[in-house]
Structure formats: C-alpha cells, structure tokens
Design a binder for this molecule. Sequence first.
Ligand code: UDP
Ligand code: MG
Length: 318
Amino acid sequence: MDISVVIPIFNEEESLPELMAWIQRVMENNHFSYEVIMVDDGSKDNSWQVVHSLLQKNYNIKGIKFRRNYGKSAALFCGFDVVQGDVVITMDADLQDSPDEIPELYRMITKDGYDLVSGWKKKRHDPVLTKNLPSKLYNWTVRRMTGIQLHDMNCGLKAYRKNVVKSIEVYGEMHRYIPVLAKWAGYNKIGEKVVVHSERKYGITKFGFERFIRGPLDLLSVMFISRFVKRPMHFFGILGLLMIIIGIAAAVWLGVEKIIQLKNGIVGNLLTQSPYFFVALTAMIIGAQFFLAGFLGDLVSRSSAERNKYQIDETTFN
Ligand code: UDP
Ligand code: MG
C-alpha cells in the first residue's frame, strides 16, 4: 500500500465528509493505493456517526473510537499503530490542511529520501496574536534548543516513512515534538515543505491558552529525556559535583580566613556570621540532593522495560 492518512478527530462532524471526498479525489487522480485512519478522540458531537456513514461508501477507511478524549497525541499514536502504507501522512480534520499536498509529500519521502517532511504554514490563516506570533517565537526557541531547522515544528500536516512512526512513541502532548522524537530515534533526514493553509471553516480550535504552559514544559522534558534518559546520573551528577565543589571552596576559604586572622592576632567574627558559611552550607546540601536524584534516576532507568530498546536499522540474518 502506498499511503496511510491518519486523521485525529475531536468534534469535527461538519468537516469530515468534505475532507474525505477531497482525499479520495486526490488519491484516485494520482492512482495511489491508500487507507484513511480516522481516530475519533472521544468526540461529543456526531463525528463517529459521520465516520460510520463514510465507511459505508468508502472501503479504504478504518475507524478507531476512543471512549473519552485522550488528546491528539494519543489519537496519532493509535493511528500509527495500525498503519500499513509505505508513507504515512498526518493531517488535521478541520480542512485547514490541504490534501492536494499529499502527492508532493509522497514524492519527497519516496524519491528524495526524506524520513520525515513537515508542512510549513508560511502564510498562516489563524488569529495573529494568539496563534501566529507565539508560534514564531516558539519555533525559534525549539530550533535553538533542538538543532532541528524547521520553521513549523507543530504543523499537523506531515509525512513519514513507515518505519519512523513505528519506532517513535507519541504520548502526553508530545505531538508538538514529533520531529525531535524522530531525530532521537535516529532518523536524521528531516525536511519541510511550504504548504497551503486555510482558515478553519467549521467548529473552533481545540487548543486554548493551556498550551502556553504545557508546550514549554513538554519541551524541557523532551530535551531532558532525549539526552539523559539512559543516564540520569550524567545530568544530576555534574550539577551535584559543581555544587559540592562550590561548597568545599567556600568552607576552605572560611578556614583560611580564620587562620590568617588568628595569626595576625585579630579577633574576627564568628564563623557562622560569615556569608561564606551559608554558601558552603546550602551548596553542600543541594549538591547532596542532586546526587541523590541521580542515584534514584539511575535506579528508575535500570528497572525500565525500555532500558535495552535500541533502534536497529538492519541485520544480515533473520
Ligand atoms: N484534536 C484531537 N484531540 C484533541 C484536540 C484536537 O484529536 O484533544 C484534533 C482536532 O480535531 C484537529 C487537530 O487535532 O483535527 C488539530 O486541532 P485544531 O485544528 O483545533 O488545532 P489548531 O489548528 O487550532 O492548532
Ligand atoms: Mg486547526
């Protein structure tokens, strides 16, 4: 099978028939063999009934319905689990992403050899103040922190080689960082394509202000996990060591100062009145805590079921 399209759906009943007809048209015009996986993420409207009625007309649709709303990442994860196509496309259900981009995305994966191609909503049709500006700032930060040169990390329209989606685990709200997860899994050829973006035709956006808090927190944890998951001690140990060195230096200085004072016959302040005393005290306590966190982290990662999960590209035997 050439293409699997995965569509997460949360209260998008009005858009679905139009979207499906459009996808079908594109697929047939380009003679692709395909499947569309519609994941209903616990919609409260009639989205699931609409999926059912579409199923009757088109045998290429597979539906998955969650009992409750788990979020876009969960929907993508379950979709990725069942895909069979050589190239996997994800797109939003709200008609903001255009299925006309599919053939070129497919070509970039199969012919140009990309592992992942992300859409870039260069001309974006969303509210400027709440979406476009924060998104620019956010993408700049993510570029600096991850080294992945994408203008639009969180674009819903993306294409993947099948292996990529089978070897990453999208959870929580990590759908924002799929390229980071892919790179971490060893897929380095990540590209982007300018895509047409439209205004939302029906319904409302499903992501409100909470994303300003969750997005950056998730970025921190994705950075931490991708670098230190198998060796927490390397992270905490360095911090701990740094703190202990500062603590010891302050303590040594305290002693040296006292000795100099005694030699010169000066009756100085009490040790506990010196600021260095407090520096030494807090630095050593915090340092010990970092070490403890490192040991605990190591224990946790040792007992993780994933501790010896590596991405093997190829073997010469079966
Ligand atoms: N979505 C989902 N579960 C959620 C929130 C969103 O499956 O909890 C889907 C939604 O139906 C849409 C896509 O994720 O297909 C992107 O959502 P939206 O268009 O609201 O995001 P925006 O374009 O405003 O960033
Ligand atoms: Mg949208």
